[in-house]
Design a protein around this ligand. Structure first.
Ligand code: 5GP
Length: 187
């Protein structure tokens, strides 16, 4: 079989990197830290679809009443291949309201090269929020290509493709309660 006709690799869930329990403990810690470092007046928590949906819903539910949280989502698509983002982002679904003067927390599933988040933050800054912070569950810090301010991070991970807890491969495995290494599968 030549390179052109070779089937694309198939991945399935492999080794557990972070268990459901480990994730839940860390998510609660993150929510407590964010709450302690947020002044009153309301926090707008912005999740980036689809990957951050599960993380955001757990994180937000650990946030205390006094934080006066509102939730919104953006959906973006990144130009480039599945394995390598280009950093040019197209907004598929924008925020429902204006963020001018608001304290905004952007919640993302994973940061890799940093190109996607960097582009998104530059775009959101032009809307003049009072503050703009970032919370990422997973950070592949060794692969960073552009500097991005990550205010809150769940776990730093090595360079491996991971799935579960919102993260997919080909649209699958987001529903897994734990985070796993994606394992090549011969079928
Ligand atoms: P960056 O622009 O930082 O290189 O890429 C960030 C995006 O790439 C994430 O939002 C996610 O969609 C995707 N991504 C990067 N690494 C992984 C990974 O290990 N697993 C999954 N499922 N997606 C990843």
């Amino acid at each position: 079989m030549d390179e052109k006709t070779k089937a694309a690799p198939v991945y399935r869930p492999g080794r557990v990197l972070f268990s459901e329990r480990e994730i839940s403990v860390r998510v609660r810690e993150l929510a407590e830290t964010i709450a302690a470092e947020t002044r009153g007046g309301g926090l707008l928590v912005v999740g980036i679809l689809n990957g951050a949906a599960i993380f955001l819903s757990d994180l937000a539910r650990c946030m205390p009443l006094e934080l006066d949280v509102q939730i919104d989502f953006m959906s973006i698509s990144s130009y480039g291949s599945a394995a390598q983002t280009s950093g040019t982002v197209r907004v598929l679904k924008d925020l429902g309201g204006d963020i001018a003067g608001r304290d905004v927390l952007v919640v993302e599933d994973i940061i890799d090269t940093g190109l996607t988040l960097s582009y998104l933050l530059d775009m959101l800054k032009t809307r003049r929020p009072a503050s703009l912070r970032t919370c990422v569950l997973l950070d592949k810090s060794a692969r960073r290509e552009v500097a991005v301010k990550v205010d809150y991070r769940g776990f730093t991970i090595p360079d491996a493709f991971v799935i579960g807890y919102g993260l997919d491969w080909a649209g699958k495995w987001r529903h897994l309660p734990d985070i796993r290494a994606a394992e090549p599968w011969a079928g």
